[in-house]
Design a protein around this ligand. Sequence first.
Ligand SMILES: Cc1cc2c(cc1C)N(C[C@H](O)[C@H](O)[C@H](O)COP(=O)(O)O)c1[nH]c(=O)[nH]c(=O)c1N2
Length: 229
Amino acid sequence: MSNCHHAFPETQRRGVYRAIHERRDVRSQFLPDPISPEVLERLLQAAHHAPSVGFMQPWDFIVIESREVRASILALFEQENARAAERFSGERQDLYRGLKLQGILESPLNLCITCDRRRGGPHVLGRNSIMDTDLFSTCLAVQNLWLAARAEGVGVGWVSILDPAQLSQVLNLPEHVYPVAYLCLGHVSEFLGQPELEAKGWRSRLSLEELMHANSWGQPFARAFAQGK
Ligand SMILES: Cc1cc2c(cc1C)N(C[C@H](O)[C@H](O)[C@H](O)COP(=O)(O)O)c1[nH]c(=O)[nH]c(=O)c1N2
């Protein structure tokens, strides 16, 4: 029971944490069933309610259903993925080549969330020192959509093994619009209990304790906390 009267009721709080902990990056479990327009609208509204620097709302949503366009993007992925595999060697390369890293055609819908770097004019409140805050804002829209999708039972997979210039060309993006996230969306046969990369032995979750620092970099938080610093 929370002692803060602004907190959500217990069951709703659990729902928020459940979406966070059970959200997955989906590549292998997509079903072909379409996403209803109502669900898609709710997901896009969730994305559109993300925080943004100076309330810039720099995002646009390109909904891609065309199999032809998706096939073009898959070709871009294949090209980049072959190059990516070359960065690893030996067993690691074999493992990499065995990973499924996109569900572009298996998912019924692809979505590109872009960032219009000119939106709001040349002076956006809060975007004077760190110019990439527009990109950061767009990532938050992605995360909002990803969490809402989990609550709706819809899987999302982020495909970043794409050359942004080539992707922009296929999607006909103007020069000032950057393709932040290329996403695959669809209903799923299951949500895995852990990241697929972890299940396949690529990498495990780090422990939170190792990542917490007290006051400055390198001062382990747990020890400093125990010593009352
Ligand atoms: C910016 C960015 C870019 C990518 C990803 C994520 C993010 C945040 N992820 C998904 C990533 O592998 C996944 O989030 C982690 O492995 C953790 O798994 P869960 O998301 O918790 O299931 C991802 N996955 C994939 O199969 N192909 C890809 O190209 C990418 N690219």
